[in-house]
Design a protein around this ligand. Structure first.
Ligand code: IPM
Ligand code: MG
Length: 367
């Protein structure tokens, strides 16, 4: 019997359950074709958890995640909370607490353009062709978690605190330099050191870390300039390392380089258990309509196979299956252009089935 790997699924809200179901289909195809053993368990998070228990991260969920070999999350968020920003218990808190509790300080977001999608982006093909960037977003520090935060007593003022320790910067910077050594040996560190104290400490610390990697070139860039450079000339970037808030913003922007936010996977690591999730949100406007793109979640599952289980061949088969799906002309609505024949536009479930089938065929082709 092959060793079993236990995966906790956190479907969450909106389109989360739909895209996670398709990723599971693909993972089951991997297990069947590569003779691997996977088991699954679903737990609540986000609004779904609040609705059922009052808590966006119930104790049972956290316990299951601690015991898991890896975690796959769909999305958290619900329009109800946008309509009323004063509601104190919010879906996003579930995800933030989970990241913190599992010490997942490094969020890897690979931004790779599939050639088949050159025309799906709103940006010019000649600008985005060949884009291949690996973001390291610091995930458990910065303004997302800094204290003090909140409203003053008279409710006339609110504050958040941006804070970074040298050690927090060091550990994410080291990961970025290690990865760059295996890639094109260029690191861009993004900050706002012309204004922010935290950024000055960030820059100083990244430079200290860089000394141990003399064969990797380090460039510093202000975040406002980086936002512009990303769409001006994305190929100048290889590895990018940045703080929590800047990383959140820049990776949504970078997603557009790949054609759609529906294509961008992510892996959160740092401690024992890894958390894998698409970069996109819960998209309540299309939830339940079978129109969500499951590819970001499927590609997140591929990252899981590689990083948490060390199953390189299996991970490559999933990525190749996604390529095959696109090369065969299939498009979810977000990826379709005016030229896409309507017969090639597929829903969430069909997309998942086609990718799972491609995984099976990939292996048969091998044999
Ligand atoms: C992301 C999301 C989250 C974040 C939200 C849902 C809390 O936007 O993972 O990028 O801001 O980190
Ligand atoms: Mg975000």
């Amino acid at each position: 019997m092959p060793t079993n790997r236990h995966i906790v699924l956190l479907p969450g809200d909106g389109i989360g359950p739909e895209v996670v179901a398709e990723a599971r289909k693909v993972l089951e195809a991997v297990a069947a074709t590569f003779d691997r053993s996977l088991s699954f368990e679903e737990q609540l998070i986000g609004h779904a958890a609040i609705a059922a228990t009052g808590d966006p991260l119930p104790e049972a969920t956290l316990e299951a995640c601690r015991r898991a070999d890896a975690i796959l999350l769909g999305a958290v968020g619900h329009p109800r909370y946008e309509a009323d920003p004063t509601l104190p218990v919010r879906p996003e808190q579930g995800l933030l607490r989970l990241r913190k509790a599992l010490a997942l300080f490094a969020n890897l977001r690979p931004v790779r353009l599939f050639d088949e999608l050159l025309d799906a982006s709103t940006l010019k093909p000649e600008v985005i062709r060949g884009t291949d960037i690996l973001f390291f977003r610091e995930l458990t520090g910065g303004i997302y978690f800094g204290e003090p935060r909140g409203r003053d007593e008279a409710d006339t003022r609110a504050r958040d605190t941006m804070t970074y320790s040298r050690e927090e910067v060091r550990r994410i910077a080291r990961m970025a330099f290690e990865a760059a050594g295996r890639r094109r040996r260029v690191v861009h560190s993004i900050d706002k050191a012309n204004v922010l104290e935290t950024s000055r400490l960030w820059r100083e610390t990244v430079e200290e870390v860089a000394r141990a990697y003399p064969d990797v070139a380090l460039h510093h860039m202000y975040v406002d300039n980086a936002a512009m450079q990303l769409i001006r000339n994305p190929r100048q970037f290889d590895v990018v390392v940045t703080g929590n808030l800047f990383g959140d913003i820049l990776t949504d922007e970078a997603a557009q380089l790949t054609g759609s936010l529906g294509m961008l996977p992510s892996a959160s690591t740092g401690a024992k258990v890894g958390l894998y999730e698409p970069v996109h949100g819960s998209a309540p406007d299309i939830a339940g309509t079978d129109r969500a793109n499951p590819l970001a979640t499927i590609l997140s599952a591929a990252l899981m196979l590689e990083q948490s289980f060390g199953w390189t061949e299996e991970a490559e088969a999933v990525v190749a299956a996604v390529s095959q799906f696109l090369a065969d002309g299939w498009r979810t609505p977000d990826l379709a252009s005016e030229d896409t024949p309507s017969g090639k536009i597929v829903g969430t479930r069909r997309a998942g089935t086609l990718v799972a089938d491609a995984v099976r065929q990939m292996v048969m082709g091998h044999a």
